[in-house]
Design a protein around this ligand. Sequence first.
Ligand code: GUN
Length: 291
Amino acid sequence: MTEIIDGNAVAAEIRDELTDAIETLADAGSRPGLATVLMGEDPASQTYVNMKQRDCEEVGIEGVHVEVDGDAPAEELFDAIDDLNADPDVHGYLVQSPVPDHIDYRDVIRRIDPGKDVDGFHPENVGRLVAGDARFRPCTPHGVQKLLESAGIELEGADVTIVGRSDIVGKPLANLLIQKAEDGNATVTICHSRTDDLAAKTRSADIVVAACGVPELIDGSMIGDDAVVIDVGVNRVDADNEKGYELVGDVEFESAKEKASAITPVPGGVGPMTRAMLLYNTVKAASIQED
Ligand code: GUN
């Protein structure tokens, strides 16, 4: 029987642990604060920040939401960032991407105080992660690590193929999994849109992580017998329903499930873990700043 790895259940456990840690911090006079910044009106981004704010409320983090007009000059967004950097009640924050075309997201990330960069995207935090001294592990890779750990999947000596080389998922996850650490020591292959014979690389892997943003690219024929499949993809595809769309992963779930020993669903797999690890990083930021 293929195990369906339940991200909602693991995320709920993490939120419970965090709720206790937050109470302890609050008793000592410090309530962790997380701000979300949204520039423009991208509907998916609005949904994501709403969910992040709801998560804050659930665990006792003080949530603040900042909106910047999508047509505003970059300076307006930078002013909002400077205010958050200076605000002692905001321990961590993120600027939701994508940002409008006239804004360079790299300038945005570089302006964030690295000690408040709970996404872990600032070059200083990227450098620390690569050096094996991560302060904030980016939320999705960290969530994938936690899911693998909770499912009891051995990484030591495992061949992991990651499909996707993004700065948010593929690159940091590869760096984490190769590290000489309890949750590392894997052998990692990173594939992308120019990879030759992708199927051969996924088929030979013990663990396949799909994070390329191509709906259902990876099907059962690309999965080795009893491999573990982690689907990071969240793709909106047109559907004949009330919303007019449905969410599908980067993996064709039904055929991949036939081959895999364990697999994450979409939704309900990696997504809730990403959100939980953002809360985790916020509590960590508050603990460091209040220390
Ligand atoms: N857009 C999609 N994923 C993310 C994320 O993890 N952080 C931010 N800030 N924006 C995103």
